[in-house]
Design a protein around this ligand. Structure first.
Ligand SMILES: O=P(O)(O)OC[C@@H](O)[C@@H](O)c1c[nH]c2ccccc12
Length: 259
């Protein structure tokens, strides 16, 4: 299983990070921005644009893009947040990408990684991330709760990612507010937007901000998850392959005037 392979590599990375004396949360130079407030203050669908060079399911997506140029274009095109993949072995990203994006934009940044230890949260915080990702499938109940608390103590927001009912229950048990429904099954890589439709039904939009993640390419896709209750979408590949991001943002805005 790919997730098991990724976690195995993460454990090695965490062992290295724990020896790294430069990781220090008091070195953060940036204010913490709230994605939640940003998303709730606009009355339309929020777009989270991802910087993703490669993935285990797609191989290399776009290796040549400069994170600063891409981030600046995302911000100008109207992104509410930028997601930066910092995993190296499987996604070809790293912390330098996040640092470059942080130096460039003023909108919130999500550190997309496979977080299994507080040291990764400290590193994300130090370098200016505002939101971290916790993938329920990758964590025990205890790990999920303690990593969530660790991030909250630092003032970060936490996107809790789920793919089925049981995982969603685990997210509700820790009182998660930002719920990411991943349309991609991390074992099979299969994408089905029905995942958002099925799981969003179990949530109360007053208490939870639903983010539909993965596999969106068309206006129709976006309208479908929006109708299901998504307040935000997270889009990687379509952004990284786009040769006209202004058009892509308009297409994915969920306004539906292009249908
Ligand atoms: O490129 P896509 O299909 O638009 O997907 C983006 C994002 O949802 C995906 O990269 C993702 C969702 N959850 C993750 C967890 C780890 C790494 C990556 C991901």
């Amino acid at each position: 299983m790919i997730l098991d392979d990724i976690i195995k590599e993460k454990k090695k990375e965490v062992a290295r990070l724990k020896q790294d004396s430069t990781i220090n949360t008091s070195k953060r130079q940036y204010p913490v921005r709230s994605f939640f407030k940003m998303a709730r203050s606009n009355n339309k669908l929020s777009i989270i644009a991802e910087f993703k060079r490669a993935s285990p399911s797609k191989g290399v997506i776009n290796a040549d893009l400069d994170p600063k140029v891409q981030a600046s274009t995302y911000e100008k095109a109207g992104a509410s947040m930028i997601s930066v993949l910092t995993d190296t072995p499987f996604f070809k990203g790293d912390m330098d990408d996040l640092i470059a994006v942080r130096e460039t934009v003023n909108i919130p940044i999500l550190n997309k990684d496979f977080i299994i230890d507080p040291v990764q949260i400290d590193r994300a915080y130090q370098h200016g991330a505002d939101v971290i990702l916790l993938i329920v499938r990758a964590l025990s109940t205890e790990q999920l709760a303690s990593l969530y608390q660790h991030a909250k103590r630092l003032g970060l927001e936490v996107l809790v990612e789920v793919h089925d009912e049981q995982e969603l229950q685990a997210a509700l048990d820790i009182d998660a507010t930002l719920i990411g429904i991943n349309n991609r099954n991390l074992d099979t890589f299969e994408v089905d937007l029905k995942t958002t439709e099925d799981l969003a039904k179990m949530l109360n939009p007053e208490d939870h901000l639903i983010i539909s993640e993965s596999g969106m390419k068309t206006t129709e896709d976006v309208l479908r998850v929006k109708k299901a209750g998504a307040e935000a979408i997270l889009v990687g590949e379509t952004m990284m392959r786009s040769d006209n991001l202004t058009d892509t943002f308009e297409l994915l805005s969920g306004e539906g005037d292009r249908l």
